[in-house]
Write a protein that binds this ligand. Structure first.
Ligand code: OSB
Ligand code: MG
Length: 368
């Protein structure tokens, strides 16, 4: 395919309910939608960088800059057949995985549309629906948290993740565990602890959690390996894994026993696929993380999570958990068995509602 032009859209969408993590509380979510034209078709990609650099150093503005000034100029009018060729054209830009991943997602959507295959089929996905859970933010009080969890369980979610931070960890987690002794429960600290502080999380080890996600700094595999030695519960890395190399080193160091895969964080779906393969060879379970995506990123996550190594439920919730009005015509709904169907249409298998898109658009840029 030959990419003739790209339109960037900066979007801001109101969340249905506030979402609080150890790095802050948000009422709305920004992202960049990429509309990539090639061979008379249009492919969509979502760049998951947020407004603020709380989860990673990338923001909407850094991604916009890197896409506009470096990544898009590098791919315009080039003949590209494979993701590896695309990645080679982007290689001269150090870092900025979310910007790269947004572009790669659009490439896969185009590739699927050109060949008439879904992303799931292009990747070799093995299931038509994937097990999912819901990620629940920090609440005012453990009682409020429990109310929200009750509500999600009523909706049919069978795996709950709660966000924790120092001072809001043991009591919150114990409250949920006490109410639901058999619930598949996990916690996510988003790098809020230092090693000595994290040792105080030891009582969590008695609660039969599925995993403890990213307790320590993102650039700190070593201390995670020291911490994992102290815990029976698997440590799962999210922020720390930015490439297949990081994944290999984390496995070799025993810095974790589980990996959360997000295509955005690792520079694209092809790298996400590679990490999946590596983990599978090493018997490391993986699951698909989420970044409060729109329906576009959700379609991509579902296709990725259809790969056989994704053996734990993903942070891929139904459309109605996120936004009042999404920008895809397709709405993703939760099946009674806590799964969501993988899209079957060509490429991502979604179509964009341009009227809704216009309502949430803050800026737009066409290149060239
Ligand atoms: O750490 O997994 C995370 C959302 C934004 C940034 C980081 C994370 C999250 C989530 C939400 O946990 C998962 C979802 O999209 O449902
Ligand atoms: Mg996480």
């Amino acid at each position: 395919m030959k990419i003739s032009h790209v339109i960037l859209h900066h979007l801001r969408m109101e969340l249905r309910s506030p979402f609080e993590t150890s790095f802050g509380r948000v009422l709305s979510r920004d992202c960049i939608l990429l509309e990539v034209a090639a061979d008379g078709l249009v492919g969509y990609g979502e760049c998951v960088a947020d407004r603020e650099p709380g989860y990673s150093y990338e923001t909407v503005d850094t991604a916009w800059h890197i896409l506009r000034d470096f990544l898009i100029p590098a791919v315009l009018d080039q003949e590209i057949e494979h993701a590896a060729q695309l990645q080679k054209l982007l290689m001269h830009v150090r870092g900025h995985p979310m910007a790269k991943a947004g572009l790669e997602m659009a490439f896969w959507d185009l590739k699927g549309k050109i060949s008439g295959h879904s992303l799931k089929d292009l990747f070799g996905g093995s299931r038509s629906s994937v097990e999912v859970g819901v990620s629940v933010g920090i609440h005012e009080t453990p009682v409020d948290l429990l109310k929200t969890v009750d509500d999600y369980l009523d909706q049919g979610y069978r795996r709950i993740k709660i966000k924790i931070k120092p001072g809001r960890d043991l009591v919150d987690t114990m409250a949920i565990r006490q109410a639901y002794p058999d619930l598949r429960l996990q916690v996510d600290a988003n790098s809020a602890y230092r090693l000595e502080q994290a040792l105080a999380l030891k009582p969590l080890d008695e609660l039969g959690l599925l995993l403890i996600e990213q307790p320590l700094d993102e650039d700190d595999l070593w201390d995670h390996s020291l911490l994992q030695k102290q815990f029976q519960t698997p440590i799962c890395l999210d922020e720390s894994i930015l490439s297949p190399r990081h994944a290999r080193q984390a496995i070799e160091m025993q810095a974790c026993r589980i990996i959360n895969i997000k295509a955005g964080r690792v520079g694209g779906l092809s790298q996400a696929h590679a990490i999946h393969n590596l983990c599978r060879e090493n018997s490391i379970p993986v699951w698909c993380g989420g970044m409060l995506e729109t329906g576009i990123g959700r379609a991509s996550n579902l296709a990725l999570a259809s790969l056989p190594g994704f053996s734990l439920p993903g942070d891929i919730s139904a459309s109605n958990r996120y936004y009042r009005e999404d920008i895809t015509h397709q709405e993703f709904t939760l099946n009674p068995d806590s799964t969501i169907d993988v899209p079957e249409g060509a490429g991502l298998g979604i179509t964009v509602d341009h009227e809704r898109l216009a309502r949430v658009e803050l800026a737009r840029l066409k290149l060239p």
